[in-house]
Design a protein around this ligand. Sequence first.
Ligand code: ADP
Ligand code: MG
Length: 224
Amino acid sequence: MALNVRVLEAFSLYRFFHVGDAETLALQGVSLHLDRGEIVAILGPSGSGKSTLLACLAGLDEPDGGYVELLGARLTRRPEAARAAMRATKIGILLQSGNLFDHLSVADNMLARMCLAGVVDPRRVDELLDLVGLSERRAAYPAQLSGGEAARAGLAVALAVSPPVLLADEPTGEVDAETEMMLLRLFKARRNAGEATLIVTHSEALAAHADRVVRLRDGKVVDA
Ligand SMILES: Nc1ncnc2c1ncn2[C@@H]1O[C@H](COP(=O)(O)OP(=O)(O)O)[C@@H](O)[C@H]1O
Ligand SMILES: [Mg+2]
């Protein structure tokens, strides 16, 4: 039997936002973990802190309290350059938008992502473009893509370096049924390859495909 290997762990994360006199307690002591080969869904209504949590887990944002460990190494409270270096090789990030550089073609976006990690592999680009059904669109620029194509291109970039951890924010939020099936297929292929995937969603239907569901409400984990 395969050993559980913890790839990502959050310890009591807090994140507060202040706008004028108003304070939002976006994360209030959130702890969770993600093991090798797992698909975990973070399920919660709009405003429950899902995107804030994902940004902290990815090292894109710094929590006000608590910390994150990525493959056993501390990710939080390091200089941005150190966090970026850890992200480059270990984390694929699929945001709701802004996954592509506008001035680069689809294939060049993937190559740029590989460059960051220091592993340029043109064969992997071809293979991934084929997997997401964008082989014919490899030379297209983001502005020329349909919504579904842009979502699939973002996925191809997120998976370009076969990261051990994939963090996806509402990946099926605005895609057609066919793209949703493709996303699920790729997430399950990652599971078979021992790679971990964390999906942030408000969809019970999508969460039903996960190995584990962590429910978030008002910045707190409920019945995890
Ligand atoms: N940069 C920010 N500045 C102020 N408030 C924010 C900021 N980011 C998020 N929030 C607030 O934190 C709460 C959680 O937001 P978010 O993490 O985006 O929730 P979700 O992704 O679950 O919809 C919301 O009340 C939101 O308005
Ligand atoms: Mg969100």
